[in-house]
Ligand binder design. Structure first.
Ligand code: CU
Length: 271
């Protein structure tokens, strides 16, 4: 066997559990990179958005380091894999669960794949660390895909594929329903990058009509309706298909924007 052959053989002889850990972390790195690029393109680079982006890249770096050194059977890398995965799940927990609840949300695929994949990474990292002293090769469920560990991995992959398929069908139904929803102002599909995010961009009403204005989110991601003048009105984050209303009691011109995508703006003119 020449040297190159022996190196290839050596890599493929790594315990199966390490491939699951490294594969899961590399998948999450690619997913976070995609998410970060989408976010940057949507104009989220300004303000707190820049911080979030830096945070995503920190996670990508840590995940890739943990993946690489896990494959080299470093025990500290198993700890790093488990810890970084747990921290990511905890930090983005509310965001992840919101997306998971609504298949029409553009973050659904990330939640539907991220939660099972990271859970598997955490499980195998802890098991690898625990068994690491005696060597993983001694434990069939960590060493070989033809084991309980392999079966669990296949089950998780199946669950992920199932979730994505069912989610896609559900999303179609939900988006068809949303498109018929009526309100005064629509947050349009693709609002983050649309020339007119809130339609109509300029909405006129009279106090005599009651002063109530309702927004509906027809996009596939969450947005806010936030007054440029601090404290006048703020919807907070509202999800796909949701509506939010505000009643104006004073005549005036009210500019507003989205705190998540600051390029989005509209105006309500009350007379
Ligand atoms: Cu927005």
């Amino acid at each position: 066997m020449d040297q190159r052959e022996s190196m290839t053989a050596n890599v493929w002889q790594k315990p199966f559990a390490l491939w699951v850990i490294a594969g899961g972390l590399v998948y999450m790195s690619i997913a976070l990179l995609y998410l970060g690029l989408q976010f940057a393109l949507a104009g989220g680079l300004t303000g707190t958005g820049g911080g979030l982006l830096a945070f995503l890249f920190l996670f990508i770096a840590v995940f890739l380091i943990a993946a690489g050194f896990s494959l080299r059977e470093k025990r500290w890398a198993y700890v790093l894999s488990a810890a970084a995965s747990i921290v990511l799940l905890l930090l983005f927990g509310s965001f992840i669960i919101d997306s998971y609840r609504n298949p029409a949300d553009s973050g659904f695929w990330l939640s539907a794949t991220g939660i099972p994949v990271l859970s598997l990474v955490i499980l195998f990292s802890i098991l690898a660390f625990w068994q690491g002293k005696d060597g993983l090769a001694q434990n069939r469920y960590l060493a070989s895909p033809q084991s309980v560990g392999g079966l669990l991995t296949v089950a998780v992959i199946g669950f992920v594929i199932g979730s994505i398929v069912v989610g896609a069908i559900g999303a179609g139904v939900i988006l068809r329903t949303i498109s018929t929803g009526a309100a005064d102002i629509d947050i349009v599909s693709g609002a983050a990058t649309a020339a007119i995010a809130y339609s109509p961009q300029s909405f006129h009403l009279t106090l005599a009509s009651g002063g109530k204005v309702t927004w509906i989110n027809k996009d596939t991601t969450s947005h806010t309706v936030t007054s440029n003048q601090t404290g006048q009105f703020d919807s907070g984050t509202f999800g796909v298909g949701a509506t939010w209303s505000h009643t104006f009691t004073t005549a005036g011109t009210y500019y507003y924007y989205c705190t998540i995508h600051p390029m989005m703006w509209g105006v309500v003119v009350v007379s």
